[in-house]
Design a protein around this ligand. Structure first.
Ligand code: TEU
Ligand code: CA
Length: 560
């Protein structure tokens, strides 16, 4: 297997709107980020992924781009952005930008032109279809944010496709000129010196010819069309073309966000000899608490499902591709609240989840606030929520007859706003995020959970992350070792072994409040052991052939 800087990296995701406000307008901005770069350096981060900072009407917080070549005014100017890049590079860190090219904003110049007439030269940059005979939508696809995936356009008398909000029309990748415009835009950013891209829903860009109806479930008005747009017929051609024309000319990293991707498909996307992407964000492990009716249908995590899922990915990609490792991002509720305990054992839980993830094979991603043990939020009323998906789902569930209480319970558990409350810097008003009025309320637990407290406490979650990141830099086994699940059927413990040359790494995580017994499998022999990390006081020399774990305990041993 090839060594690579992006395999040895730890990436930190910044959601700019919620990170740090420098000018008291309540909105995070680029100067705010610059003021916190030393904090990220101290954590040990070497690559920053910046969620979109481009010009946008903010229907979906920047994932609806109206100009790819300019910076959103609320975030600052191009000069601020250039300063950010320089300050990042000066600290020997790298910057990857978000590339959102499945769709644009409906306020992008291309779409403003395209919608004016069927003859407009930009018309074919988007996906248009005539109404059915009765005037209804061309097919039954649902938008990922609820409702139909089609919007009628008066001027031309037909519909355009939008897999997300109606202010996010899908681009037509079959149009060669459009593809070339995108490649030119990518080069423009790469020539400014950025170090790569995170590509938004990039497995959606090729749609099946004819856009066939999806399978309608009983009681539903619209169906998922995902079968016809995930990993569509030309996706690999497009990505290989993008690689040939753009990426191959730069030393950069790429990660493709891919809802619904399978391990087999991920190998096709990431195998080195195929020249497409370096890694993908898969979604399997963040869907394990979805009930049969999807995301808002709550179901507790079954640890066995998590073991099966993560192990499947670890083993399948093995030496054939490369994994990204994440529990959190701006679309996901906080993993700590979701898969562990955000109450009494919050600190142990945060460290345990971090241990599980950071000792696996792949490139780890830390989402802002994760390193502080930030938790989900539970705003009392829907008016405190800001996310377009949450607001739309609220309406939809009401129409389906759900009670207010049931709806809010689901929103508290799953809303994307759980991840979007302002970064908690200190116990000052508004968590030190802004001196103005924040665009979304801070989580009321900021007086206890904040960066200042964390930095003053050597036992904090922050310093534990710092340690895990440092260990990765010091031990090649953490980056390159093979993965093997052990104690497969243990109901409470997730444990695995990494192997590299003559070394092994033993990782043990207790997912519950109980005190389960760990028993070392008999076929694991070693001469010496070294305790590399643990979230409780642990005797270095204590026997590990059999011992009792504390609530949410995690340990990492290097065996020789
Ligand atoms: O998300 C794609 C996506 O499908 C999900 O993660 C989405 O948030 C989830 O299905 C909702 O339940 C990406 C971005 O990360 C997200 O923020 C954008 O809203 C979306 O694409 C559209 O650009
Ligand atoms: Ca601001």
């Amino acid at each position: 297997m090839q060594k690579a800087w992006w395999k040895e990296s730890v990436v930190y995701q910044i959601y700019p709107r919620s990170f740090m406000d420098s000018n008291a307008d309540g909105i995070g901005d680029i100067q705010g980020i610059i003021s916190k770069l030393d904090y990220l350096k101290e954590l040990g981060i070497d690559t920053i992924w910046l969620s979109p900072v481009y010009e946008s009407p903010n229907d979906d917080n920047g994932y609806d781009i109206s100009n790819y070549l300019s910076i959103m005014k609320e975030f600052g100017s191009m000069k601020d952005w250039e300063e950010l890049l320089m300050e990042i590079h000066r600290r020997d860190m790298r910057l990857i930008m978000d590339l959102v090219v499945n769709h644009t904003s409906d306020e992008h110049e291309w779409f403003i032109q395209a919608k004016t007439s069927k003859e407009n030269p930009y018309r074919d940059y988007y996906i248009w279809r005539d109404p059915k005979e009765d005037g209804s939508e061309p097919n039954n696809w649902a938008s990922n944010f609820g409702g139909s995936a089609w919007e009628f356009n008066e001027e031309t008398g037909d519909y355009y496709l939008h897999l997300f909000s109606k202010k996010q029309p899908d681009l037509n990748w079959e149009n060669k000129k459009l593809r070339e415009e995108i490649y030119t835009m990518m080069k423009w950013w790469l020539d400014k010196g950025i170090d790569g891209f995170r590509m938004d829903v990039i497995n959606f860009i090729s749609k099946v010819e004819g856009l066939p109806d999806g399978e309608l479930k009983p009681g539903k008005q619209y169906a998922s069309g995902s079968k016809y747009y995930r990993t569509g017929p030309f996706i690999h051609d497009y990505l290989q073309e993008m690689h040939r024309n753009v990426l191959s000319h730069y030393d950069v990293m790429t990660v493709g966000e891919m809802p619904g991707v399978t391990p087999e498909q991920a190998i096709d996307y990431t195998a080195e000899e195929r020249n497409e992407l370096n890694m993908v964000f898969q979604f399997e492990h963040v869907g394990l608490d979805n009930g049969p009716n999807g995301k808002w249908d709550l179901k507790p995590l079954n640890l066995h499902d998590l073991k099966k899922s993560l192990s499947r990915w670890q083993e399948a990609l093995g030496d054939k591709g490369w994994n990204s490792l994440y529990f959190n991002n701006h679309d996901q509720p906080r993993a700590l609240s979701r898969y562990a305990d955000d109450g009494r054992y919050r600190i142990q839980s945060a460290k345990m989840l971090a241990t599980l993830l950071h000792m696996m094979k792949g490139t780890p991603y830390v989402y802002q606030g994760e390193e502080l043990g930030m938790t989900n939020v539970a705003f009392e009323t829907i008016t405190d929520y800001r996310d377009i998906e949450t607001l739309r789902v609220y309406e939809e569930l009401r129409n389906l007859g759900w009670t207010e209480e049931m709806i809010m319970m689901s929103i508290h558990a799953k809303s994307r706003d759980n991840a979007r409350t302002p970064m908690q810097w200190s116990a000052d008003e508004n968590a030190g995020f802004t001196t103005g009025t924040p665009w979304i309320n801070v989580n009321p637990n900021y007086q206890k959970i904040n960066a200042e407290n964390e930095l003053n406490n050597p036992e904090s979650v922050f310093y534990y992350y710092q340690k895990l990141i440092r260990l990765r830099k010091q031990n090649e086994i953490i980056v390159y070792g093979d993965y093997k699940l052990i104690l497969e059927y243990h109901p409470e413990i997730y444990a695995y072994i990494r192997t590299y040359q003559d070394k092994r790494l033993l990782v043990i995580c207790n997912f519950y409040e109980n005190n389960p017994a760990f028993e070392l499998p008999r076929d694991i022999h070693f001469m010496t052991k070294q305790l590399l990390a643990s979230n409780y006081e642990t005797e270095e020399q204590s026997d590990i052939s059999r011992f009792t774990l504390q609530p949410y305990e995690a340990r990492v041993y290097l065996l020789n």
